[in-house]
Design a protein around this ligand. Structure first.
Ligand code: ADP
Ligand code: MG
Length: 316
């Protein structure tokens, strides 16, 4: 008779199919229903190896993602973000959709380190390191990029000089940006975004149309090559041709070394930049997450039903 105890998925804290496939079948342990019988010694070893494997797995994930945990943010005594959790791993594009006023831009600004917003609870980790105590420029140097919904004008600073300083800031200390290399890359990216070279000598965003501002934001993204990019309403103010060009620029950036968080009110952008995951944000919370099809559902049904879900979440 085998001395041991019944091991259920719940008691081991691991998925049942792992036990069935890796343990019951391999070890030939007797199985009954949702449990299998494992001798005490084997069970201890099994748990130890699972714990280590789980720890390594979660550590690896943590080191390669932007994670927001139970974030609460207020401004002027008003709570805007109310317990929001979200993880954007490198290699994935996540979209946040939601009605106006739900706190999407607030989230973007808080991640970038805007000083007006007060984080009252929760944490934000970038590659496993907390960033909430860092200044905006330190966050940027570590590889976080935010494209603003309403980009600022910087009179007197040309695009060429601005981008050069930004790219230089991302290089390791002591390494200088080579001018010919820089301009070659700048012109290549401008071409990708359908921007005329004369733009380089214009002051950042000064007198730019809405579309030109958005293209300039994406040009920054393409030049800086951050680890994580947050794009706030990159589609607003763009006609369909400009939207396609901007989407083309973002798609060209996609890859295993960057995690992208796209914030948008409309589904339209997501026809061109197809996200891996979609999250619906209402009244400062994520009320629903799903695959790209969720965006289509929102387009069809509007946002009213999500408000109902948000009320239910607030009550429960
Ligand atoms: P979204 O981007 O989803 O449209 P916002 O983050 O811009 O939403 O705004 C969410 C809420 O926070 C709104 O009710 C807005 O009025 C409020 N809010 C945002 N920024 C400020 C601010 N600087 N001062 C006061 N209220 C603000
Ligand atoms: Mg907004």
């Amino acid at each position: 008779m085998l001395r041991g105890r019944a091991l259920t998925a719940r008691s081991a804290g691991i998925p049942l199919n792992l036990i069935k496939q890796d343990k019951c079948r391999k070890e030939g342990a007797p199985q009954s229903g949702s449990a299998c019988i494992v001798p005490a010694q084997q069970l201890r070893e099994f748990r130890r190896s699972q714990t280590l494997a789980n720890w390594l797995y979660f550590r690896f994930r943590e080191m390669n993602q932007l994670s927001i945990r139970n974030l609460r943010v207020s401004i002027a005594e008003q709570e805007i973000i109310r317990g929001l959790s979200l993880a954007v791993p490198k290699g994935e594009v996540h979209a946040i959709m939601g009605p106006n006023g739900s706190g999407k831009s607030t989230l973007a600004k808080v991640l970038a380190g805007h000083p007006d917003y007060q984080v009252t609870e929760g944490e934000v980790l970038m590659d496993g390191e907390s960033i909430l105590g860092l200044e905006p420029d330190e966050r940027a140097r570590k590889g976080l990029f935010l494209a603003f919904q309403y980009p600022s004008e910087i009179p007197g600073v040309t695009i060429a000089n601005f981008l050069r300083a930004a790219v230089q800031a991302r290089l390791p200390e002591g390494k200088d940006l080579e001018a010919t290399e820089y301009y070659a890359k700048l012109y290549e990216k401008m071409e990708l975004l359908g921007m005329d070279r004369s733009f380089t000598s214009r002051s950042v965003n000064e007198g730019f149309s809405g579309g030109e501002k958005k293209r300039t934001e994406i040009l920054q993204l393409a030049m800086i090559e951050p680890n994580y990019a947050i794009l706030d309403e990159t589609d607003s103010g763009l006609d369909i041709d400009a939207l396609k060009i901007v989407a083309h620029g973002v798609n060209a950036m996609r890859g295993p070394n960057i995690g992208i968080l796209l914030i948008t009110h409309y589904q339209r952008l997501l026809n061109y930049i197809v996200p891996d995951h979609v999250h619906v944000m209402v009244a400062g919370r994520i009320v629903r997450s799903g695959r790209k099809e969720l965006a289509l559902e929102l387009e069809e049904r509007g946002y009213d039903w999500t408000r109902e879900e948000s009320r239910e979440m607030a009550i429960s």
